[in-house]
Write a protein that binds this ligand. Structure first.
Ligand SMILES: Nc1ncnc2c1ncn2[C@@H]1O[C@H](COP(=O)(O)OP(=O)(O)OP(=O)(O)O)[C@@H](O)[C@H]1O
Ligand SMILES: O=C(O)[C@H](O)[C@@H](O)[C@H](O)[C@H](O)CO
Length: 174
């Protein structure tokens, strides 16, 4: 069977890492943190409070695409976080990779801002959130994937996501 590839997308602070790790654990899928593919210059730029440009993002998106292709070639189902804010970014990630689907996590800017303000030890300053919302192009009906809101607690959000994607966690064998 073809491996499943899930890209957990959305603005900064929307819960991509939290939810992707939960899905990875439940499904037994390989997990990767998309932020780990950013060149240091991108991280430094965001940390300094400057939004990334398309040019900053293309090499990063290519690396994430390469990682996805490696998982597909190895026959491994996988979940990776990637803000994938614009449609063109998502088109690049999907190109030649028919088993990619998106889980778009989304909610009100006020709610996400509150969560970002409470989060410590992260390079992304809450001041960049308005630019994330300004750049975001919502997942469109003709794109493969689902939109899930994140106001509920983490276990519920993960449950909604798994349901909406039609995934069935494997039964424990023991
Ligand atoms: N459903 C939720 N309810 C309450 N808190 C949440 C929920 N989901 C995530 N959080 C918290 O919100 C913060 C942001 O979550 P997380 O780091 O997973 O988001 P992210 O989208 O990966 O962020 P970034 O893109 O900036 O790396 C974290 O402190 C996390 O614990
Ligand atoms: O495209 C972007 O602007 C970036 O990928 C950001 O979204 C961050 O990497 C991430 O979400 C960290 O908070």
């Amino acid at each position: 069977m073809d491996p499943d590839i899930l890209i957990v997308m959305g603005v900064a602070g929307t819960g991509k890492t939290t939810v992707a790790k939960g899905i990875s654990t439940l499904m037994g899928w390989t997990f990767a943190e998309g932020d780990a593919f950013h060149p240091q210059a991108n991280v430094d730029k965001m940390h300094a409070g400057t939004p990334l440009t398309d040019e900053d993002r293309w090499p990063w998106l290519r690396l994430i695409g390469d990682w996805i292709s490696e998982q597909v070639d190895a026959g491994e189902s996988a979940v990776v976080t990637c803000s994938a804010l614009r449609r063109v970014y998502r088109d690049v990630l999907r190109e030649g990779r028919p088993n990619v689907r998106f889980l778009h996590l989304h909610d009100d800017q006020e709610l996400i801002a509150q969560r970002m303000a409470n989060r410590k030890d992260h390079f992304m300053p809450p001041s960049l959130l308005p630019s994330q919302f300004a750049t975001l192009e919502m997942l469109e009906p003709d794109e493969p994937g689902v939109l899930v809101t994140v106001h509920d607690d983490v276990p519920e959000v993960i449950h909604h996501a798994i349901d909406a994607l039609g995934l069935v966690p494997p039964r424990p064998t023991a």
